[in-house]
Design a protein around this ligand. Structure first.
Ligand SMILES: Nc1nc2c(ncn2[C@@H]2O[C@H](COP(=O)(O)OP(=O)(O)O)[C@@H](O)[C@H]2O)c(=O)[nH]1
Ligand SMILES: [Mg+2]
Length: 266
């Protein structure tokens, strides 16, 4: 895969299941208008946008393989715990505007559930992985979500994605049962659910494009809101200045009248 190329997203990627809490099926008109005005933006531009995405889940559920499949289009069967905090920068072109996902992978600390607070802080999206072929890993998902929420206290709760990995490892006869259980958990956590396989590549590209499109939409809408707030506060400042100016003018007029009166009296 040519890493210099950006992944192009021109229309809103659809969710894996319609039970998603993120219901929009198209980019908002406000976002389209914003993008039309920013088509010439480059990634080095301070106004270009980047989202922090964190990967969590029990040891060996397939987090690193998922990231490697998407970033390098490779897959290895040997399990080596990730060494050092690793992250990948993935470039997108969404509605012709450059955008980056900065995906953080754990460094094997998940074995001891000792991930540092700054791993979670300011995440725009969280990918919580469990292994479809080892249903006990689905039980840990609630604890991972609690850590994400407490690591982001005072900030907006990140977009949440529950991902069942190793889809190639389970028999067709159990897929429905496992996915029904996973969808229940996802619903209780207000997360969007996906089944993927890093070995075959099943759904990996679609999934990350969906994460990118939803993160992008949130970030752009926040920017638009901020611009509106700035404009409103500027308008308030102008009108306050105008009132002051009018007050000063009135005062000057009264003063002038009084001076005039004095002159006539004389
Ligand atoms: N068959 C299969 N094995 C997988 C898949 N994803 C990961 N694995 C295997 O699961 C093990 C753990 O994967 P890894 O990504 O290192 O897990 P992490 O600890 O969550 O980062 C490795 O032996 C991988 O080869 C998959 O989609 N299919
Ligand atoms: Mg790993």
């Amino acid at each position: 895969m040519d890493l210099s190329t950006q992944r192009v997203v021109d229309c809103f990627p659809i969710p894996y299941s319609l039970a998603s809490p993120y219901s929009s099926l198209a980019f908002d008109q406000e976002i389209r208008d914003y993008c039309d005005q920013n088509v010439n933006l480059s990634l080095s531009d301070p106004f270009s946008k980047c989202a922090k995405v964190i990967l969590v889940g029990d040891m060996a559920v397939g987090k690193t393989c998922l990231l490697n499949r998407f970033t390098y289009d490779t897959f290895g069967l040997d399990h080596k715990a990730t060494i050092g905090v690793d992250f990948a920068i993935i470039r997108f072109n969404i509605l012709q505007v450059p955008f980056q996902l900065q995906v953080w992978d754990t460094a094997g600390q998940e074995r001891f559930q000792s991930i540092a607070e700054n791993y979670y802080r300011n995440a725009h999206a969280a990918i919580i992985c469990f292994d479809l072929s080892n249903i006990s890993t689905l039980k840990s998902v609630n604890d991972w979500v609690s850590r994400i929420i407490s690591g982001n206290k005072g900030n907006k709760v990140p977009l949440m994605f529950l991902v069942g990995t190793k889809m190639d490892c389970i028999a067709d006869s159990v897929v429905e049962f496992v996915e029904t259980e996973a969808l229940k958990v996802a619903e209780s956590l207000s997360a969007e659910y996906w089944s993927v396989s890093s070995r075959t590549g099943y759904n990996v590209e679609n999934f990350f494009k969906r994460v990118a499109a939803l993160s992008f939409s949130e970030i752009i809408l926040t920017s638009i809101d901020r611009m509106k707030e700035d404009k409103e506060s500027q308008a308030v400042q102008y009108s306050a200045k105008f009132v002051n100016l009018n007050k000063k003018k009135k005062f000057a007029l009264i003063k002038a009248c009084m001076v005039n009166k004095c002159v006539y009296k004389k």
